[in-house]
Design a protein around this ligand. Structure first.
Ligand code: GDP
Ligand code: MG
Length: 168
């Protein structure tokens, strides 16, 4: 018998330019591009993973950071299980803005699970990482760092999201 693979929706959110599209690309395609065209609206990719002995298909939604697309984003959060709140460790403002992203998502999906991600760790940080840890703790989310450029932490990020999505 043909068993259907459960589809699990996850979203990657955060300001424009923090590296959301690059993280998804690195995870799904194993490659990185230095210059990219900004995502317009929303985009998604799928990847099949094995987690805790289950095969699931992740549908990974890439949210555009541009504020004028907020009305579009709101509806797209529906049905998502885990959201990554991504900031750029060289841009402190992108961390400050994560509270707003959190509120936008939790308003649509009250039981959403979150992961806080500090991306671009191949570059020099421009803030105190304890602030990111404090924010993550305040929303009861794990915190981890990634580089979409070198691939460091990227598997861990997406497997962590899958794990949180399946957690009872
Ligand atoms: P998005 O707007 O959040 O989707 O960000 P993009 O994925 O389009 O990336 C924005 C810019 O940051 C691009 O020029 C990427 O090449 C660059 N970038 C993304 N991730 C990293 C990273 O981990 N390290 C470095 N050095 N640059 C990155
Ligand atoms: Mg993008």
């Amino acid at each position: 018998m043909n068993k259907t693979v459960p589809l699990v929706k996850i979203v990657v959110a955060g300001d424009g330019n923090v590296g959301k599209t690059s993280l998804i690309r690195q995870y799904c395609e194993g490659r990185f591009e230095q210059s990219r065209v900004a995502t317009i609206g929303v985009d998604f990719q799928t990847k099949t993973v094995e987690i805790k002995g289950h095969i699931i298909k992740l549908s990974i939604w890439d949210m555009a950071g541009q504020i004028h697309f907020q009305s579009v984003r709101t509806g797209l959060y529906r049905g998502s299980r885990t959201a990554a709140l991504v900031h750029d460790i060289t841009n402190p403002e992108s961390l400050t803005h994560l509270q707003g992203w959190y509120e936008e998502i939790i308003a649509v999906v009250p039981n959403q699970r979150f992961l806080v991600v500090g991306n671009k760790i191949d570059l020099q940080p421009n803030y105190d990482t304890s602030e990111a840890k404090r924010f993550a703790a305040s929303i009861k989310a794990p915190y981890l760092t990634t580089s979409a450029s070198t691939g460091q932490g990227v598997q861990k990020m997406f497997l962590g999201m899958a794990y949180l999505a399946l957690k009872k």
